[in-house]
Design a protein around this ligand. Structure first.
Ligand SMILES: *Cc1c(COP(=O)(O)O)cnc(C)c1O
Length: 391
């Protein structure tokens, strides 16, 4: 008999009933150190006082009105994001995959309005993840996500990851945009180097293509900069955001330059919930904390500490781990043991990690994790690896 919850997930036998900062408390009382943060969502950990305060106040005042009206909280968050980024304008969504939908529509409308309606194709990359909507799975293109769901939305060209020659060769007069994650998340924490991102930007300029960055996972402070592309000193034309921006409340956004967004006039796109007062009040509170130099400097310090400790862990467990990769607090441990076994052993040691492709486990702790908690996380991961090796 089919379970009452549609069984599209293989769930771990864990039920968390409370969160406190970097900790998740299981129904049986066990305290897990959370290095998953709901897959890079709980940027400020669980029940952060500023977020609890923001959502409580807003909940007592006004939840939802509709985008038929001006929404002061939405305006405030858009102003914050524009002031803090390359963007001139923002549309709010409720998830990463909705941000993908709009990014694709925006790119197509751009070329349509520029009198080049043939430029409908978007180049994407092997190992990428852009969500589970029709455009999202077509964009990523993997067999695992698309099989059985055809006919797929046409117009995506899937290229190997990190193959500049293939990229150059794929640019024809029907290509209008390149869509890429600066750091692949689901694909196994695979970062582009600054130079690779600069080269892709230069290629877009040379061939008159829009650069769409998917920063749903790597954005909002996770890389140690507010947005990951800042490390390379380049800017996109369109950027997808979600996950961390809501700190646990469903919120996403598409940020764009005035030029890239020029086709999106009144009536061309919409959302019932996107940018509602509740979500945007929380988003503003997240930005208040994350978008400050002191906070980001602290993220970088802790990222250095975690990375160094993980290098030590790899050195002492060469049969379990192969290497550390990633940026900021978006780190991956490439495993030699099956990554699912490592994640399960970590559960036994009461530390949460998240599996990814390429036999990687992801470490995406709350950006607020403390130095002591990082040390404790390493102790627990060490225990997990030791027990796995003894098995
Ligand atoms: C999670 C993710 C998405 C999809 O976000 P949802 O909110 O699950 O729709 C898209 N792109 C990237 C890079 C992601 O990590």
């Amino acid at each position: 008999m089919i379970p009452s919850v549609l069984p599209t997930y293989n769930r771990a036998p864990l039920s968390f009933v409370k969160g406190e900062g970097s900790w998740l408390i299981e129904a049986d009382g066990r305290r897990f150190l959370d290095l998953g943060a709901g897959i890079a969502v709980n940027a400020l950990g669980h029940a952060h006082p500023a977020l609890v305060d923001a959502i409580t106040r807003q909940a007592q005042n006004l939840w939802h009105v509709s985008n038929l009206y001006r929404i002061p909280e939405q305006q405030a968050l858009a102003d914050r994001l524009v002031a803090a980024s390359f963007a001139d304008t923002v549309f709010f969504t409720n998830s990463g995959t909705e941000s993908c939908e709009l990014a694709v529509k925006m790119a197509r409308k751009y070329w349509f309005d520029k009198g080049q309606p043939q430029k409908t194709d978007i180049i994407t990359f092997e190992g990428s993840f852009h969500g589970r909507s029709a455009a999202g799975i077509a964009a990523a293109g993997s067999e695992k996500m698309t099989r059985g769901f055809g006919p797929l939305l046409p117009g995506f060209r899937h290229l190997p990851w990190n193959d500049p020659d293939a990229l150059r060769a794929a640019i024809t007069d029907t290509v209008g945009a390149i869509l890429i994650e600066p750091v692949q998340g689901e694909g196994g924490i695979r970062p582009l180097s600054d130079q690779q991102l600069k080269d892709i930007r230069a290629l877009c300029d040379e061939h008159d293509l829009l650069l769409i960055l998917d920063e749903v996972q790597c954005g909002v402070g996770r890389s140690g900069r507010l947005f990951a592309h800042e490390w390379a000193g380049i800017t996109p034309d369109i950027m997808m955001v979600a996950k961390g921006i809501g700190g646990g409340f469903p919120l996403g956004a598409v940020l764009a330059t005035e030029d890239a967004a020029s086709g999106m006039t009144a009536g061309t796109h919409g959302s019932t919930y996107g940018g509602n007062p509740l979500a945007c009040a929380v988003g503003c509170a997240v930005m208040d904390v994350v978008a400050t130099p002191d906070f980001l400097a602290d993220v970088n310090r802790k990222a250095g500490q975690l990375r160094q400790a993980l290098e030590g862990l790899v050195a002492s467990h060469p049969d379990t781990f192969e290497e550390v990769r990633g940026v900021g607090l978006m780190l991956g441990l490439k495993c030699r043991a099956p990554n699912g076994d490592v994640v399960n052993a970590a559960y036994e040691a009461e530390v949460i990690t998240v599996p990814a492709a390429d036999n990687v486990i992801r470490l995406l702790p709350p950006l607020t994790i403390s130095a002591d908690e990082i040390a404790e996380a390493i102790t627990r991961l060490d225990r997990a690896a030791t027990s796995l090796e003894a098995a």
